[in-house]
Design a protein around this ligand. Structure first.
Ligand SMILES: NC(=O)c1ccc[n+]([C@@H]2O[C@H](COP(=O)([O-])OP(=O)(O)OC[C@H]3O[C@@H](n4cnc5c(N)ncnc54)[C@H](OP(=O)(O)O)[C@@H]3O)[C@@H](O)[C@H]2O)c1
Length: 298
C-alpha cells in the first residue's frame, strides 16, 4: 500500500498533524523591565542585555554613580532608560517604587531581582546579625518588592529571581547565605504556583561562580588570586536568561541552574600582591593546577 500523502487526494493536514517547525525567538522590543541590582554584576549585565534587545529598562540600585554609568551604557542602545537610586532595606523607599516609576513603566513585563549580598563564615563564629542582614536583602526585599509591584505586572509577565547554586548545594562556611537562597527558592516556587494559573511565570536562576565585583571582593577577602576569565561571564548568564524570557507564553522554564566549569589556572606574575600558593606564582605549576577556591560557594 502506498502511504505517501498526495496533495491531490487527501484533505489539508489538521493542526495536530502539522509538522513542528522551530519558531523565531520572541521579539522583546517594546517590553518593559524593572531590574534591582542594576548597578553592578549580574543585574547590570541583565539590564544591558535587555536594553540591547529593545526592552525599556528601569534600573534600581543604591550607588548613584554606578547606576548613572549603567544607565549611560543602556541608553546607547537607543531605548527608554530610567533609574531609581534607593536603599532596598528601607521599606518606605521600597513601597514608594510604584509611585516613583515613570509612566513608561505603568505596566511591567519583566521584574528581575538581581540585588543580593553574601557574608560567609563558620556557624561557630559568624555573627547572627549577618544572617539577619542577608535575609533582609536576599529574601525580604524581593518578597516585599514583588508584593508591591504585583498590580503592575502585565498579564503575561515574568518574574526572575537571581538565586544561587548555594540554594541547591550548601557547603561549609556558607550556611547563612545558602539558607537565605533556599528561602528565596521556596518563595519563588510558591509564587510560581500562585501566578501560573493566570499566565504569569516565575524563573529562578541558580548560577555558580560568576565574574562580578562581588566575586572579586570575596576572593580579595580570602587573599586568593582572582582571574575573572575562569568564571561564568555576566553577559553570558544574561544571554541565557534572555533566552528564557523569549520563550512562548505557553512554555514555562522555571529553574535555570548554571554551574561554572573549572579551568586550568594561568600562573600569575609574582608581583600581584596576593599570597597565593607558591606553585601558582612559579613556573613550576603542576599541569592541570586550578586556582584555589574560596572556602565558600556563591
Ligand atoms: N557573583 C556570583 O558568583 C554569584 C553566584 C550566584 C549567585 N549570585 C547572586 O547574584 C546576585 C547579584 O550578585 P552579583 O555578583 O552581581 O553582586 P554585585 O556585583 O555585588 O551586585 C550586587 C547588586 O546588589 C545591589 N545591592 C546590594 N545591597 C543593596 C541594598 N541594600 N540596596 C540596594 N541595592 C543593593 C548592589 O547595589 P550597589 O552597587 O548600588 O551597592 C548591586 O547592584 C546576588 O543575589 C548573588 O547572591 C552571584
Amino acid at each position: 500500500m502506498n502511504l505517501t500523502r498526495s496533495l491531490l487526494t487527501l484533505p489539508p493536514m489538521t493542526f495536530a498533524e502539522k509538522p513542528l517547525t522551530p519558531k523565531l525567538p520572541a521579539d522583546l522590543t517594546g517590553r518593559t523591565a524593572l531590574i534591582t541590582g542594576a548597578s553592578s554584576g549580574i543585574g547590570q549585565a541583565l539590564a544591558l542585555a535587555l536594553a540591547e534587545a529593545g526592552v525599556a529598562v528601569c534600573l534600581l540600585g543604591r550607588d548613584a554613580a554606578r547606576l548613572t554609568d549603567t544607565a549611560a551604557r543602556a541608553r546607547r542602545c537607543g531605548g527608554t532608560v530610567a533609574t531609581l537610586a534607593l536603599e532596598l532595606t528601607d521599606d518606605a523607599a521600597l513601597e514608594s517604587v510604584p509611585a516613583r516609576l515613570p509612566a513608561a513603566f505603568a505596566r511591567l513585563d519583566f521584574l528581575i531581582h538581581g540585588a543580593g549580598i553574601v557574608c560567609h563564615g563558620l556557624l561557630a563564629a559568624q555573627p547572627v546579625a549577618e544572617l539577619d542582614q542577608q535575609y533582609r536583602i536576599n529574601v525580604r526585599v524581593p518578597y516585599l518588592l514583588t508584593q508591591t509591584l504585583l498590580p503592575r505586572l502585565a498579564a503575561d509577565a515574568q518574574v526572575v529571581f537571581i538565586n544561587s547554586m548555594a540554594a541547591l548545594i550548601s557547603r561549609a562556611s556558607n550556611g547563612q547565605y545558602a539558607a537565605t537562597k533556599a528561602a528565596l527558592k521556596a518563595l519563588a516556587d510558591s509564587l510560581r504556583e500562585e501566578l501560573r494559573p493566570v499566565g504569569q511565570r516565575v524563573l529562578s536562576v541558580y548560577p555558580g561562580k560568576v565574574a562580578t565585583p562581588l566575586t572579586a571582593q570575596l576572593h580579595a577577602e580570602e587573599n586568593l588570586a582572582y582571574d575573572p576569565t575562569l568564571y561564568i561571564q555576566p553577559a553570558d548568564l544574561a544571554g541565557l536568561v534572555l533566552g528564557v524570557l523569549r520563550l512562548p507564553a505557553t512554555a514555562l522554564l522555571h529553574d535555570l541552574p548554571v554551574r561554572s566549569v573549572p579551568r586550568p589556572a594561568v600562573p600569575l606574575p609574582p608581583s600581584t600582591g596576593h599570597s597565593e600558593p607558591a606553585f601558582l606564582s612559579s613556573a613550576s605549576a603542576p599541569p592541570g593546577a586550578f586556582h584555589p577556591q574560596p572556602a565558600f560557594a556563591l
